[in-house]
Ligand binder design. Structure first.
Ligand SMILES: C[S@@+](CC[C@H](N)C(=O)[O-])C[C@H]1O[C@@H](n2cnc3c(N)ncnc32)[C@H](O)[C@@H]1O
Length: 179
């Protein structure tokens, strides 16, 4: 497992010029790092914003966040998608993404279901990444979901960040013998 310091260092270790999705965008602060560091060919920014039930932190704030994101990220190759993360993933063909970054709902069942839907959508050698890989958040729900997913689906933790209490992870499929 490769340990890096911040999530921007994690972005530096990920494939460039790829097809990428950030699931859970909020104000778009990580999105800016993804664009600057990874220069994705196609970048999907997915969030329900004010349509989340209930919206977090509030309807008015998330409505404004979406309008700001639509204004600030209005560029060719960038797609701003107001949709549930799992429905978004399901609507794409297998092997579509080089990598995705999960940062929406942090409950065990939700993250697990995102990874299960994402598995077939990631190209060979690609990554599922995500935020809040920490014992201090949701009693370690994301650490447990990642561990259980990797064990059940034959993936491994390839990269983790170690700078703070909101660390990130990147997981990859295990190579099958003879392939
Ligand atoms: C922690 S914030 C994302 C932060 C952002 N990735 C960053 O680093 O700046 C979580 C976001 O996920 C969104 N969200 C939560 N559950 C969702 C779901 N099921 N589908 C789509 N978006 C969701 C929320 O609306 C919220 O804006």
């Amino acid at each position: 497992m490769n340990k890096v310091y911040t999530r921007l260092d994690l972005l530096r270790a990920l494939p460039k010029d790829g097809t990428v999705a950030e699931l859970g965008v909020y104000k778009g602060s990580l999105s800016r790092g993804i664009i600057d560091i990874c220069s994705p060919k196609l970048f999907y920014m997915v969030d329900l914003w004010e349509q989340l039930n209930p919206p977090w932190p509030s309807y008015a704030e998330q409505h404004q966040n979406r309008l700001n994101v639509e204004r600030d990220f209005n560029k060719s190759g960038i797609f701003i998608v107001q949709e549930d993360t799992r429905e978004f993933l399901e609507s794409h063909s297998d092997g579509f993404f080089d990598w995705i970054y999960l940062d929406s709902c942090h409950r065990y069942e939700h993250v697990m279901s995102e990874m299960i839907v994402a598995e077939s959508k990631i190209k060979p050698g690609g990554y599922i990444c995500g935020h809040d890989y920490s014992e201090k958040i949701g009693r370690g729900a994301i650490i447990r979901a990642v561990r259980d997913f990797c064990k059940a689906h034959n993936w491994h933790v390839a990269i983790v960040t170690v700078s703070d209490n909101f660390n990130s992870f990147a997981i990859q499929r295990n190579h099958e013998p003879g392939k």
